[in-house]
Write a protein that binds this ligand. Structure first.
Ligand code: SAH
Ligand code: SF4
Ligand code: F3S
Length: 451
């Protein structure tokens, strides 16, 4: 008998924007298959529940297993529900083995390289009702033309490359996302033009290491020529309708003078860069395999500030990497004081199975890590507050994202420099770029008034 009942999906996404974008693709494929997003419905109405996992730190792993535990109850109340898990954790055999042995209510396991196969896998599960585990070791070429259900109508995530070749000694990503692969430039431009036609104003170009993008395009005489990330920015800057260009994440070792110059030349390239430094100590940077020194990094910052004096710089810092001494840590504090970051993500070093740093002998004791972490955060927060206070009185262009969760008259958006601004507004402003006068700079946001 044909089942005409409406079908619902839920997707929980852990991890970075690459995962967020993968979830948008999963949602796009599910909607094409006739499923609707489960918005606040009871567990027993969900037909497929997906957890898209992250493996970057131990906390992410723990969150996943916690969620999986909760799904057991949901599955007991709703035996027809398909439970699927995917993403970076599934690219590790020891995790798949644990899921298999301890979480028998999981129906489908797939990885980061075969997302495009998901509709087929789901159809097989539904027809045969037996467990499927399908994880590929590495991907084929990038699959173009997959549907995507964007979270916002006015801003979009756009993959430009996937994978990572850098093998920082602490990091799991090269093992879970495979080697670097760049999309063809024409495909990216086509996608961005379509997004602009669809009303998108801001694009976030995504990749673990966007500035090592190496594409090809066809020149005016029909020859295939090599292109780099800066070329891509210049081309996107010419696309009518797009008003803001952002990218995530760039590696300091690949930040070329040409890309820095693009900040000066491309009016749509937002005056913000996320440039993860990880540590200020040359010794630790070497052991992390980051391939730059503290001085190299400071020189990049100098060039960026020279090209765009008002540029906002944000970063990632790991505290307590194996062998980090008090002296090494002081180098990090010194660097933070010199760069004066607009904000930073700080992480306690977390041992990742299978990475080189897992076997480094000189692991830093937990209490030392925590103490350094707190000192670093205090320094960063003080600088962030000073930087945000310097915005007071300035008129900023803000792309309005929506209303605040707690107050439907307070709206929130981002400046070009990616600072969160809250202000009193109305829902007609959502998706528009409006002028907001900053009244108060706080540690984590700005408060302003519309002008
Ligand atoms: N590709 C990006 C970031 C990838 S992961 C880049 O290279 O900059 C995001 C951040 O997580 C990293 O910048 C790093 O600061 C942090 N991170 C990665 N592995 C970690 C680990 N084992 N322990 C603690 N933090 C880690
Ligand atoms: Fe991980 Fe380093 Fe690659 Fe970033 S560049 S994803 S930190 S290995
Ligand atoms: Fe996590 Fe994978 Fe992103 S490990 S940070 S979801 S690439």
């Amino acid at each position: 008998m044909e089942d005409n009942r409406e079908k619902f999906y839920s997707i929980v996404t852990l991890g970075c924007q690459m995962n967020e974008h993968d979830s948008e693709i999963l949602a796009g494929m599910l909607e094409k298959m006739g499923y609707a997003e489960n918005k606040g419905k009871n567990d027993k109405d969900i037909d497929i529940a997906i957890i898209n996992t992250c493996s970057v730190r131990e906390n992410a792993d723990k969150r996943f297993f916690g969620m999986l535990g909760q799904l057991k109850k949901s599955k007991e109340n709703n035996t027809n529900m398909v439970v699927a898990v995917c993403g970076c954790m599934m690219q590790q055999q020891h995790i798949v083995d644990t899921v298999k042995s301890k979480y028998p209510w999981v129906d489908l396991v797939f990885g980061t390289h075969n997302i495009h196969e998901f509709p087929k896998l789901l159809t097989n599960i539904l027809s045969e009702r037996k467990k499927i585990i399908d994880v590929w070791e590495d991907g084929c070429e990038i699959i173009e033309g997959l549907p995507s259900k964007r979270l916002y109508p006015f801003k979009a995530l756009v993959d430009v490359m996937t994978g990572c070749n850098n093998f920082c000694t602490y990091c799991i990503v090269p093992y879970t996302r495979g080697r670097e692969k760049s999309r063809n430039m024409e495909e990216i431009l086509k996608e961005v033009r379509n997004l602009a036609a669809d009303g998108v104003k801001e694009v976030m170009l995504l990749g673990q290491n966007v500035n090592s993008y190496q594409g090809t395009t066809i020149d005016d005489s029909g020859n295939h020529i090599k292109t780099d990330f800066a070329d891509l920015i210049y081309k996107i800057n010419d696309i009518e309708g797009i008003e803001r260009i952002r990218f995530m994440t760039s590696h300091p070792k690949d930040l070329s003078d040409k890309l820095i110059q693009a900040y000066g030349d491309c009016d749509k390239l937002c005056n913000h860069i996320h440039l993860p430094v990880q540590s200020g100590s040359g010794n630790i940077l070497k052991r992390m395999n980051r391939k730059y020194t503290k001085d190299d990094y400071l020189l990049l910052v100098k060039k960026l500030k020279k090209t765009v004096p008002e540029i906002a710089i944000t970063t990632d810092i790991i505290v307590g990497f194996p062998g980090e001494t008090e002296e090494d840590f002081n180098e990090t504090l010194d660097l933070v004081g010199k760069v004066r970051y607009d904000s930073a993500f700080t992480f306690l070093y977390s041992i990742r199975k299978g990475t080189p740093a897992e076997s480094f002998k000189d692991q830093v004791p937990e209490h030392v890590k925590h103490d350094r972490f707190n000192r670093l955060v205090d320094l960063l927060n003080g600088i962030t507050l000073e930087k945000n206070k310097a915005y007071e009185g300035k008129l900023e262009k803000v792309l309005v994202e929506g209303s605040s969760k707690t107050n439907n008259k307070t709206f929130t958006g981002r400046t070009e420099s990616s600072k969160i601004v809250n202000f009193q507004g109305n829902k007609d402003m959502v998706g528009k770029i409006i002028n907001v006068r900053v009244k108060e700079g706080k540690t984590f946001s700005l408060f302003g008034e519309i002008e």
